[in-house]
Design a protein around this ligand. Structure first.
Ligand SMILES: C[S@@+](CC[C@H](N)C(=O)[O-])C[C@H]1O[C@@H](n2cnc3c(N)ncnc32)[C@H](O)[C@@H]1O
Length: 368
């Protein structure tokens, strides 16, 4: 639904380049998809006289996790088209840490950047959400996004008994699934306008897979149930209030493969009519790097101290935002600190039960 208004959400990853440092798993996901990206690239007909190639990374955070993949893509194109220039468009929502993003892409942060070894590459930074059009009509050659499009354009409702839609039921679940459906169509319709004919989209999106698995729910403790249980304990102890419990509802939706595919396969949908076609969709599980490392080092304290920051990097802003702003800042900080400490203690006590495996749908789409 083009034109739907989107309220600014309180979604902020850790800033100053800390996001990429804490989320090695997200980089593993992108690197694992490099082959798929290069295959999609092969199907684009880049003529000898094409002098500009436009690539977008939507929901890029600090840009650190996609640096290697973008470098590989540029090298692959320049091999056959040495004179070509690139617009690399980094897009994220306005509250993202754009200073951190610029630093990382320019190689002034924690990692080396492909800009140091490439020529004719022009990074551009856009604070337009993927629920809006980011680029002019018919100008995008290749659109990419990883681990971002599960964030909804708004919160459909607060959940009474959980913090995430994976634990919702009844009317509340239906409101989330309806919102998720509209948002997915909005994302695709905008990309349909931006893409050139023959342009490609590779989207690595969180999903609920064919076996009902999703982020942090592959084996052992269900991470989202654990979030909800600790939050419930804080409510029971009187540390938070009922409205604060309900406010802590993540504005996210994990589509199934069928839900992702539907608007791209239904010949009457506006997305299909706008020219987008599903080329491939497959689900992948990327192992939690911290739980894997624990198998070798067997140091429970180290595992807990590495594992909790990766979780904090993407959900702390939502927990914090759920607390009543009338509470003194110090008190709010203390509640959030204790919340993650509780989780960390559990991980340290039974490390073999905890892991945040990533569960994605790798989706390849073409504009005909
Ligand atoms: C978990 S990070 C993923 C970052 C990176 N793509 C990766 O795979 O490591 C999710 C990112 O999506 C961004 N995001 C959420 N909603 C967005 C929106 N509507 N438009 C653009 N970016 C959005 C967040 O700000 C955040 O930077």
């Amino acid at each position: 639904m083009a034109g739907r208004t989107e309220s600014l959400q309180n979604i902020t990853m850790s800033g100053g380049g800390a996001y990429s440092l804490a989320t090695k798993g997200a980089e593993d996901v992108i690197n694992a998809a490099t082959q798929i990206v290069l295959e999609a690239l092969d199907s684009i007909n880049i003529s000898e006289n094409q002098d500009l190639f436009t690539f977008s990374d939507m929901g890029t955070a600090d840009g650190g996790t996609s640096l290697k993949m973008v470098g590989n893509l540029i090298n692959a194109i320049q091999k056959n088209n040495p004179g070509i220039s690139f617009n690399i468009v980094y897009a994220d929502q306005p509250k993202n840490d754009f200073n951190g993003l610029v630093q990382t892409v320019l190689g002034l942060g924690h990692f080396p950047s492909y800009l140091e070894s490439t020529e004719n590459v022009f990074p551009l930074f856009s604070a337009n959400s993927f629920y809006k059009q980011i680029l002019p009509n018919n100008t995008l050659d290749f659109g990419f996004s990883a681990t971002a499009m599960h964030w909804l354009s708004g919160k459909p409702c607060n959940l009474s008994n959980h913090v995430h839609m994976v634990g919702a039921d009844g009317e509340e679940y239906l409101r989330f699934s309806e919102h998720g459906k509209k948002d997915w169509e909005t994302i695709l319709l905008h990309r349909a306008h931006e893409l050139k004919q023959g342009g490609q989209l590779v989207l690595l999106n969180f999903c609920r897979d064919e076996n009902g698995k999703y982020l942090g729910n592959t084996t052992g403790v269900n991470m989202f149930t654990n979030f909800a249980d600790i939050w419930q304990d804080f409510l029971d102890q009187g540390r938070i209030r009922p409205e604060e419990y309900r406010n802590m509802t993540l504005p996210q939706y994990y589509n199934t493969v069928e839900e992702f595919s539907a608007p791209l396969k239904n010949s009457e949908s506006s997305v299909y009519l706008a020219g987008l076609r599903l080329k491939n969709i497959e689900t992948r599980i990327t192992p939690c790097p911290f739980a894997e490392a624990f198998k070798d080092h067997q140091d429970a304290q180290r595992f807990a101290e590495e594992y909790i920051p990766t979780i904090r990097s993407w959900n702390e802003s939502i927990f914090f935002g759920a607390l009543d702003i009338q509470r003194p800042l110090k008190e709010r900080k203390k509640i959030i600190h204790d919340y993650y400490q509780t989780y960390q203690k559990q991980v340290q006590e039974s490390p073999e039960l905890h892991r945040m495996d990533y569960v994605h749908a790798f989706i390849v789409i073409e504009k005909i």
